[in-house]
Design a protein around this ligand. Structure first.
Ligand code: B12
Ligand code: SF4
Length: 435
């Protein structure tokens, strides 16, 4: 079969800061290729809808697979699926990824027949099975784990037994040099582990992966790294180096093979403190940036999000990272009940903090515990607004005041590490969106 794998376009707020390769879709593409299918991949973050329709017309794929990790991409995927069905009614269209997995029925309903199937869970584990069913016997789609169509629901999603089996199909991307992460430009992505043993209320890592935590073997991880040509590498693990031996083993292999990269990773403050020697070692082999999900600068906030850590630990972790000479970025979640004084406290903290601070708005995502407790109160189901830069729950302040405070806080934060030009265009983007 001919499969066209499609990643939707860039998320508004990420335009200035980063653009990352679609690693998950590359794995889906590779699994399909290894199963004997012809595969093309288009990434609309760096190519246009025109390019997409050109491939549909000239190559005539039998199936199109959309990656839908982000709710904000849903309207675009629906539009593309509908237009594709009009042009190529026999083409089998399916969607997978984090968000798609949690809103499968909604997606199918909104698509009005343009999406044939939503494939929940880890795509590389099941896409070859789905393609076989589509090719040979469409009635058997109901036996594919994770598959949902308008009429049938397959068994629950299955997970990859081992993360060592596949290398992402990086070669299928035509514009690799367009991927960047801040100053790491160009930048590739890599995965060393999957899943997370914590259970924060706003996060779906633990619901999507079924609380499984799996590791890529150090050999495979470094083989994969060695294949990457870009000088910068974004390590996509939800929480990097939970197991210190794993981090050290990968690091030693990197050192042994003489691989030199600039690295970025995300982790928790308590993991950073518990495994100090790992992060110090990684600093020596190229770790330049760490993102720590701080989320709150008060104990109540930490409790609310069930971070299972304390404020003291968070601040101690930042201090430790600083002492290593690593650039640290943190995120704070603005809650709907914030008044002017809460925003002001955060702005003051930010001015005193040497870290790069980002602020996002607490957004209940399908698949999270917050969605279960808060979805009854949401003020909109326009998924484009679920981008952590819009309030989708009723705010204590009048909405416009809330946004004014939010934008003011963002500007204070950005001013400390971005040039004025970038800041101006960020302001324009945000204001344009708010309008
Ligand atoms: C890099 C990243 C980003 C980048 C985007 C980069 C890009 N171009 O994709 C940026 C920084 C922009 C970003 C932003 C956000 N992100 Co983000 N991000 C990630 C991260 C760290 C890595 C993604 C990745 O490469 N994973 C590795 C690959 C192998 O996995 P994957 O992409 O999920 O693909 C697998 C499956 O999803 C599935 N799949 C994917 N595509 C397809 C397609 C088909 C057809 C099929 C069948 C299956 C399938 O199979 C793949 C292989 O198993 C993940 C966490 C993680 N570890 O995955 C979070 C994650 C995806 N992000 C998440 C969230 C919530 C966000 C934000 C909303 C806020 C935030 N927490 O940062 C914003 C979105 C803002 C917006 N406007 O909507 C959540 C998604 C949860 C959900 N229910 O939607 C995750 C899981 C983090 C988390 N633990 O909560 N993110
Ligand atoms: S926010 Fe981080 S620590 Fe919490 S559950 Fe999600 S991935 Fe795990």
């Amino acid at each position: 079969m001919k499969l066209l794998a499609v990643h939707p376009s860039r998320l508004t707020y990420s335009r200035l800061f980063l653009c990352l390769e679609p690693l998950g879709l590359e794995l889906v593409a590779q699994a399909s290729r290894e199963a004997g299918h012809k595969v093309k991949l288009i990434d609309l973050q760096v190519e246009s809808a025109k390019d997409y329709f050109r491939i549909i017309k000239s190559w005539r794929p039998n199936a199109v697979a959309f990656s839908c990790n982000y709710l904000a991409n849903v309207p675009e995927i629906l539009d593309l699926a509908k237009a594709t069905k009009l042009n190529a009614p026999d083409c089998f269209i399916f969607v997978g990824g984090h968000s798609a997995s949690f809103i499968a029925r909604d997606l199918l309903a909104h698509a009005e027949g343009a999406i044939d199937c939503v494939l929940r869970g880890e795509g590389e584990a099941v896409t070859p099975l789905l393609l076989t069913a589509v090719e040979n016997d469409r009635a058997s789609i109901g036996q594919v784990p994770g598959a949902i169509t308008l009429d049938i629901e397959g068994p629950p999603p299955v997970y990859m037994q081992s993360l060592d089996e596949l290398f992402p199909a990086r070669d299928l991307l035509r514009k690799r040099r367009k991927y960047f992460m801040g100053f790491m430009d160009p930048c590739a992505s890599i995965e060393f582990s999957r899943g997370c043993p914590w259970d924060c209320s706003f996060c779906s890592a633990w619901t999507f992966y079924g609380r499984k935590y799996r590791l890529v073997s150090p050999d495979k991880a470094v083989d994969d790294l060695a294949r990457i040509e870009e000088p910068g590498v974004f390590i996509v693990d939800d929480v990097a180096f939970i197991q210190p031996e794993h981090g050290i083993a990968i690091g030693e292999e990197i050192l042994k093979r003489g691989i030199k990269k600039k690295l970025y990773l995300e982790t928790r403050g308590d993991v950073l403190l518990r495994n100090k020697e790992v992060f110090a070692f990684w600093k020596r082999i190229g770790l330049e940036w760490i993102f720590v999900g701080l989320e709150a600068i008060d104990e109540n906030g930490l409790k609310k999000y069930r971070k299972r850590t304390t404020l003291d630990k968070s601040f101690e972790a930042l201090e430790f990272a600083r002492s290593l000479g690593i650039q640290v970025a943190v995120n704070i979640i603005a809650d709907h009940d914030w008044d002017e004084s809460r925003f002001e406290i955060v702005r003051q903290w930010c001015l005193e903090s040497p870290e790069i601070v980002n602020i996002s708005i607490n957004t209940p995502y399908p698949g999270t515990e917050s969605w279960i407790t808060e979805s009854g109160r949401v003020t909109t189901k326009d998924y484009r607004l679920y981008d952590i830069n819009h309030a989708v729950l009723p705010t204590f302040l009048p909405l416009l005041r809330f946004y004014e405070e939010f934008v003011k806080t963002q500007q204070i934060m950005k001013k400390s590490y971005m040039g004025w030009d970038a800041l101006k265009s960020l302001g324009k983007t945000i204001l344009g969106n708010l309008l």
